[in-house]
Design a protein around this ligand. Structure first.
Ligand code: SF4
Length: 361
């Protein structure tokens, strides 16, 4: 190929497709299928979560809920428990709600167009485009962070993507680069190729331009500083909060857990009672009756927008104090034994904490 091909004569879509056949990712359990249930499940799990983490969850989920109807009929607590550890728990609640809507509004079949898919809970434009292109061959572009990065660099897109009109403009560019022929065959490969390029070659900080099938016509690569794009000036502001966890333990080792409120961090999951300060925790009526109080080492749990510094305090209760308490939502909590940890919807750091606490030293 000539070294200096212009963008106009360069077939972007074909370059992506040819590269995917040889160098793209193959053999992932959700590839090679056009079953929308499986593709949808993988797309939701892969949001903000790495492939290697998703692998085990995906298999377990399918083994337990092999069809959208099985998932729709499930108890939400079972869905949450199976999701436990994947994070971003609103995804699990939406997953369940979406399955129920597919069954109740669409006869158990996923809609075939991105436009209608977007009306379902938890399915945004990019996920809708992925399902529609992978499963139904619709000519519609995914538009997640990876794809925006590849396209902004390839076209030398200098506008700030924090600006919605710039984002809209780049989306139009994405549409103009779709394969021009035979979408039913080309779209699944093209979509996968774009995802793979963004994840493995045109990475955020160190794009491997020498390995890239787009390098001959890529504007950012020619500039000598491809990682400068895309421009996004508005950055997330991280915050740090302190959570004081009260681990009420009854004779035998069980720990008292309460369900978190339906909105906010760890919503809907089970967690020891949380207090904003040590003073507040110590004012809890059961603390005064504890036979012993032990402070465990504090540790930090990192979320996308904030760091939570967790301060666990263990209070041993006598049998007479080990009654079920009312949780903050008015819902009752539960005493959990170590052999039930794997079957309860818990945030990852709480699971680790309880395993450590309930493992005999
Ligand atoms: S040539 Fe480099 S900057 Fe351009 S798309 Fe490929 S990896 Fe990204």
């Amino acid at each position: 190929m000539p070294e200096d091909r212009s963008q106009n004569s360069f077939d972007f879509a074909q370059a992506v497709i040819r590269w995917q056949v040889v160098h793209g990712r193959h053999g992932l359990p959700w590839q090679g299928t056009r079953d929308p249930y499986r593709v949808w499940l993988s797309e939701i799990m892969l949001q903000q979560t790495q492939v290697v983490t998703v692998l085990g969850y995906y298999d377990r989920f399918l083994a337990r809920f092999p069809t959208v109807a099985a998932l729709a009929a499930a108890d939400q607590a079972d869905v949450m428990a199976l999701w436990s550890g994947l994070g971003y728990y609103s995804r699990a609640r939406n997953l369940h709600a979406c399955a129920q809507q597919v069954v109740s509004h669409h006869g158990g079949e996923f809609p075939a167009t991105a436009h209608v898919l977007e009306t379902l809970p938890g399915i945004g434009p990019s996920t809708a485009a992925a399902i529609a292109s992978f499963c139904f061959g619709q000519a519609v572009s995914i538009f997640d962070g990876n794809v925006k990065r590849v396209l902004a660099r390839f076209t030398g897109f200098e506008a700030d993507l924090s600006d919605t009109s710039a984002d809209r403009e780049l989306r139009q560019i994405a549409t103009s680069h779709l394969p021009s022929e035979n979408p039913d065959q080309s779209m699944p490969r093209y979509t996968q190729g774009l995802m793979d390029l963004g994840a493995t070659v045109c990475t955020r900080t160190k794009p491997a331009c020498l390995l890239c099938p787009l390098k001959q016509a890529c504007v950012a690569q020619r500039s000598g500083d491809p990682a400068r794009l895309p421009l996004k000036t508005r950055r997330l502001v991280r915050r740090t909060v302190s959570w004081h966890l009260l681990l009420l333990q009854r004779p035998g080792g069980d720990i008292w857990l309460e369900r978190r409120p339906s909105k906010g961090i760890w919503s809907g999951l089970y967690c020891p009672p949380v207090f904003a300060s040590d003073d507040e925790l110590l004012r809890h009526p059961d603390v005064g009756h504890a036979t012993s109080t032990t402070r465990l080492d504090s540790f930090t749990h990192t979320l996308t927008h904030r760091d939570i510094v967790l301060h666990p305090v263990v209070c041993q209760l006598t049998e007479s104090r080990a009654h079920p308490l009312a949780s903050i939502d008015g819902e009752r909590g539960l005493w959990i034994a170590s052999d039930r940890l794997a079957h309860t919807a818990l945030p990852t750091p709480v699971t680790k904490l309880l395993v450590r606490l309930q493992t005999p030293r």
